[in-house]
Design a protein around this ligand. Structure first.
Ligand code: GAL
Length: 659
């Protein structure tokens, strides 16, 4: 990231699709970009057909001119490999490159993403193009980053994909006996006697084998990653100093970003909060923290967002004035070293002609574009923030295979959504200005005072041992219900649950009991509270019962173990109770928020020496702040407090000597 921000400060720009416009417009684009403070644009994401109008042909002239123009204006290019949307000639001549859905239907060209990552023809043609692109632009002064493909995420069920799936399974299991064992194929007469019988989980008459499904998801994520790697290796061999990224999509289920992130130089994300979502600000904060986690705590980059309404929801609410700035600065506060948009200039035609852009159809003489320019100036004022870290003492565990396994059909309830569970636990921390790192279950937890595991349905023995050791060594752990249920093959772990965490939790259970209605609980010696959706029949085995169900059975348990403490929830407390529980967890862990007092809706997050305060609420509020300090955005020096109108942001740097 440093090679990008050094000398540039925070990155500002967006997807730039000049191939949709006559060349006269390019000159105006570049002038407007300069005026807005744009310093990075993503070029060429969907330009395969323009570069290779027929198989094997190359037309780079237009791209030469675009990149020269950008270089002349001092604007860096995040140059894309255009392999997310092959030209129609590919599908026409080689239909086997087109993806096939689970019902066996081929998906055609006419939109985008029409490729199967396992297709040898697609791979060969994609890599040939990437090779020529890299050869041509290695050393070009505009080239600052490579953007590989776009939003990887689609799987295929064609014969090529099935063959690749079998190869992946052979690698994982070695022989068919091991595969039959892992998939539990004695169930429903599913035993495989030859490798060729194995297919991807195509549509079947009833519930498909959950272990097969889980492996197909692992394979799908790995298969896309293999293709990403192949493109990356071509680029890296030719331009070893140019960082490489591909744009993620937040909590996107199909792709295990924990395995992807170490393979790229810069973690980047596309994020489109829904203006109609009352939880949008909290969800965005959580997603940004995931990106920081994926980047291993280092800066990441917000690659795509919208200046106002998108066009792919059924009813697309615009962003009120100031919202674009607020959302962008929220990402910066949470570790993004840039703020980029889809896209620079609104398209006149095509499927995204009603999607917001930095230059709207009405042109630069608009309220929106004025906001875009003003925001460029904001980001310049925050240049010193680039590269600085966000420190957290709390970790929130998220795992893709566990998510995949949990959401297979045939479970006790489909109402345990692991991402919603994360959000429930994240909200009270966000409200208290407590910084959180999102981490994988395999993370080194030793640096954290508090680790939250709202749901980890699938857990390996090693990860269970790591959580146990963490508590033994003095950590505070919270584990939510329906965790530790299956092993990595998706086989239920027998014995009282959660079997591999029983010792650390000092408690164990025997029945999962989804609830038919509201659940009443009571804190020990205290008030009643409500919970929802789920209960378990558990008993204390050394833990104290902190809260009980109306039946008197334990609902929340706390166990002193080794030097630390482990909490177990046998239900899903409603937000008020979860907030109370969070206070107890924070007290056990000795963690406090960025500021002692935060009005509702105000987000507080410290990045390096800068304290960001962002008002997502509807009221003007007064927030006491440490003095003396300076607001980097306005240059003002607040005297012990700041007044924040709705959507206001301050970025306070302490001016205390020695800070
Ligand atoms: C992203 C994509 C962009 C554009 C944008 C619209 O998913 O990468 O190309 O389609 O969404 O919101």
């Amino acid at each position: 990231m440093h090679s990008l921000t050094g000398g540039r400060g925070l990155l500002y720009g967006g997807d730039y699709n000049p191939e949709q416009w006559p060349e006269e417009v390019w000159q105006e684009d570049v002038e407007l970009m300069k005026a807005a403070g744009v310093n990075l644009v993503t070029v060429g994401v969907f330009s395969w057909a323009r570069i290779e109008p027929e198989p094997g042909a190359r037309d780079f002239g237009w791209l030469d001119r675009v990149l020269d123009l950008l270089a002349g204006a001092g604007i860096a290019a995040d140059l894309a490999t255009p392999t997310a949307s092959p030209p129609p000639w590919m599908g026409h001549r080689w239909p086997e490159t087109l993806p096939v859905d689970e019902s066996g239907h081929r998906l055609w060209y006419g939109a985008r993403n029409q490729f199967c990552a396992s297709s040898p023809v697609y791979r060969e043609r994609a890599l040939a193009l990437v090779t020529d692109l890299a050869d041509r632009y290695a050393g070009h002064p505009a080239l600052a980053m490579w953007h590989v493909g776009n939003e990887y995420g689609q799987f295929c069920h064609c014969d090529d994909a099935a063959a690749a799936f079998r190869a992946w399974l052979r690698e994982r299991y070695g022989d068919l006996d091991a595969l039959n064992e892992a998939w539990g194929t004695t169930f429903w007469s599913q035993r495989y006697s030859e490798w060729d019988e194995i297919i991807t989980p195509r549509r079947a008459p009833y519930i498909i084998n959950p272990s097969q499904q889980l492996d197909y998801r692992r394979f799908g994520s790995d298969e896309l990653l293999a293709h990403f790697r192949a493109e990356r290796d071509v680029l890296r061999a030719r331009t070893p100093d140019i960082p490489i990224t591909t744009n993620f999509m937040g909590f996107f289920k199909p792709v295990d970003y924990w395995s992807w992130a170490p393979e790229e130089d810069v973690v980047s994300n596309d994020y489109y909060p829904d203006p109609a979502d009352p939880q949008a600000a909290v969800r965005a904060a959580l997603t940004h923290d995931l990106m920081r986690g994926l980047a291993g705590g280092r800066p990441w980059m917000l690659m795509e967002q919208a200046t106002t309404g998108v066009n792919w929801r059924p009813h697309n609410l615009p962003k009120p004035p100031g919202q674009m700035r607020l959302e962008s600065l929220q990402a910066v506060a949470r570790g993004s070293d840039g703020s980029c948009y889809f896209q620079w200039r609104a398209s006149r035609f095509g499927a995204e002609r009603f999607h917001a852009a930095m230059v709207p159809h009405a042109g630069p003489d608009t309220r929106l574009h004025a906001e875009v320019r003003a925001h460029g100036a904001d980001l310049r004022r925050l240049a010193s923030v680039a590269g600085t870290p966000v420190e957290s003492r709390v970790a929130l565990v998220h795992d893709w295979p566990s998510w995949w396994a949990l959401e297979e059909r045939g479970r006790p309830s489909d109402r345990i959504d692991p991402v919603e569970r994360l959000l429930e636990h994240y909200r009270p921390l966000w409200e208290r200005g407590v910084s959180v790192d999102v981490v994988p279950p395999s993370a080194d937890l030793s640096g954290y005072a508090l680790v939250l595991v709202p749901n980890l349905y699938l857990i390996s023995d090693r990860d269970a041992a790591s959580l146990t050791a963490y508590v033994r060594g003095g950590g505070v752990l919270m584990v939510g219900p329906f965790s530790g249920v299956v092993d990595p093959r998706a086989h239920v772990r027998t014995g009282r649950f959660p079997a591999p965490l029983r010792e650390v939790l000092g408690a164990s259970g025997e029945e999962w009991r989804p609830a038919g209605g509201p659940i009443t609980c009571r804190w020990a010696g205290g008030a009643e509270f409500a919970a929802h959706t789920w209960t378990e029949l558990v008993r204390a085995e050394g833990a104290e019962t902190v809260a009980s169900f109306a039946s008197g059975e334990p609902a929340v348990l706390r166990h002193a173990y080794g030097e630390g403490t482990a909490w177990y929830l046998a239900t899903l407390p409603e937000p008020g109770a979860l907030a109370e529980l969070t206070d107890r967890l924070l007290a056990d862990a000795g963690v406090t928020g960025a500021l002692p007092e935060l009005p509702p809706g105000v987000e507080a997050v410290r990045r390096g020496p800068v304290l960001f305060l962002l008002n997502h609420g509807g009221d003007t509020v007064r927030v006491p702040v440490p003095a003396p300090s300076e607001d980097l955005l306005t240059g003002s020096a607040p005297d012990g407090h700041v007044i924040l109108a709705p959507r206001d942001v301050v970025a306070l740097r302490s001016t205390h000597l020695g800070d």
